[in-house]
Design a protein around this ligand. Sequence first.
Ligand SMILES: *[C@@H]1O[C@H](CO)[C@@H](O)[C@H](O)[C@H]1NC(C)=O
Length: 371
Amino acid sequence: MALSSGWLVACASGQGRIDMAVPGMATGAGVGAAVACAAVVALLSAVLALYGPPLDAVLERAFSLNKACSIKDMKNTFQLVRNIIPPLTTKKHKGQDGRIGIVGGCQEYTGAPYFAAISALKVGADLSHVFCTQEAAPVIKSYSPELIVHPVLDSPDAVQDVEKWLPRLHALVVGPGLGRDDGLLRNVKGILEASKARDVPVVIDADGLWLIAEQPALIQGYQKAVLTPNHAEFRRLSEAVLRDPLDSSDPHGAVLRLSQALGNVTVVRKGERDVISDGRQVLECSQEGSSRRCGGQGDLLSGSLGVLVHWALLAGPEKTDGFSPLLVAAFGACSLTRQCSHQAFQKHGRSTTTTDMVAEVGPAFARLFES
Ligand SMILES: *[C@@H]1O[C@H](CO)[C@@H](O)[C@H](O)[C@H]1NC(C)=O
């Protein structure tokens, strides 16, 4: 059942603290929690009456963290994702549902930008542009006739070449297959500055995050940025930004603190459970995925997130019930990626690769958000 997991579980208050209430707690401080929990159970029952997964399974999942905040925060986050998806109509013209740019792709890495760009298309973007180095361009083009590929990233005019396209792009995904060449990173720094100046939303992953760890000021306070670090990238970022060794005992707090230290930039920490924060709330995505950890899954996430960020910002906070649109977009992309992994694994088992997951984007999306 698509709706059986992935609930909003915690909320933030004050400086880097998460308020928690343990369901069923019998102390004085737990009275409010008990009331809240009873109400949450009632709410869940009502939702389940509509959608049907077994109540026990959902409650167990929702409360397995022993954290609940208030009913207000215990939303069916999937519904919020559904709210931001633009309807398919015959009245639209090409490009309206999303023109996404991927910045990355060099001699060594050509698969990552391809996976990000094709995932954006499969989620529902109309056009995917890839801005990569000259050498990488013919390779990436040869993977797919569906991508528009610009061999500009290692050119001395890279920033201007990409900037020209910015007015036509709804979101940029920076980092897939970027590598750590100093010259390329300098160009990407210029591209990020130009994107901020034009208010273009950016999703930053992989070696784009390496650049942010070196120069956090590049993204500091930019409300249209989402960072998608894996475990190692999160550690590096946290230590660079907070100047403290990472406290691994409190995963929610760690993501919240990093987001706040970056001026409430949205952070998605990928892992066994994905933890998402916008500096105010913490969301967790525990949609069932698979135990395969093949390379490229992060690119599927960043590419689909590019599209969802655009849709979410277009829909605005009315459609996301007051929650930050980027938080909802991130939850959508995380649950989609995990569902793709789950479905691909059911068919291919150990031999599952990211190509198999990309083939599941359509059915997984329909199952989670359109059923
Ligand atoms: C980030 O959000 C927190 C919690 O709402 C708030 O206290 C803080 O002022 C915000 N910081 C910025 C830079 O907006």
